[in-house]
Design a protein around this ligand. Sequence first.
Ligand code: 13P
Length: 251
Amino acid sequence: MPKPIFGGNWKMHKTMQQAVRTVGELKKEIQNLDEVEVVVFPPFTALSSVKAVIEGSSIALGAQNMHEKEEGAYTGEISSSMLLDVGCEYVILGHSERRQYFGETDNQINKKARAALSSGLIPILCVGERLKERKDGKAEEIVSVQLRGCLEGIDLQGGEKLVIAYEPVWAIGTGETATPEQAQEMHRFIRITLEELLGKEIAYSIRIQYGGSAKPDNIKGLMCQPDIDGALVGGASLEASSFARIIKYKE
Ligand code: 13P
């Protein structure tokens, strides 16, 4: 099994100075921890200064979004080569906030995922249902459509890496976490769908993160589940100490 992966998605938080301070503290807190992978996702404006702090450590850098085109007249956008240039290894794609507030569609996310993979970035592809969809018994159907749409034409036969983040929209920033059983059930469903789309070997090499009010006090229960391979953490990653407690959930 590949290493569990913990991501700290800082969303639209932190100036350069604040980001540097937080990642510096995190670096100290998780020294010599090599059984998990840790990635921080600062805002674009802090990528370069955070990179300078984590250089030589085991913390990796990621961006929260990118544009699918390599360059051109796309005011305000950032391409994969720009992210690689600043030292990113990962990029979050299709976060529910991008879908909800910026109208991103599965088709667009698919284009971004293809561009990321061919440039050598590792996409963290986010999927997840809204509360009403869960209440209507449609959670699996929604996640299946998202996975199929976002992964269309992608086979990972060249050994490219990909991570999936299951983030039920009703659990993001609400304090309401999916129970370990609810999360496991959907992670299992995602694994089976990946098996169908990409084959068994690749499906089991893909890490599936849980995201949505992951906290130091609920992480252990989630990580005990067989198909939960890490977490994508929002609020609780803003403080180095709470993010570190999540990362060191075994202690
Ligand atoms: P919270 O951990 O704040 O619920 O956010 C989850 C998330 O959206 C991570 O990408």
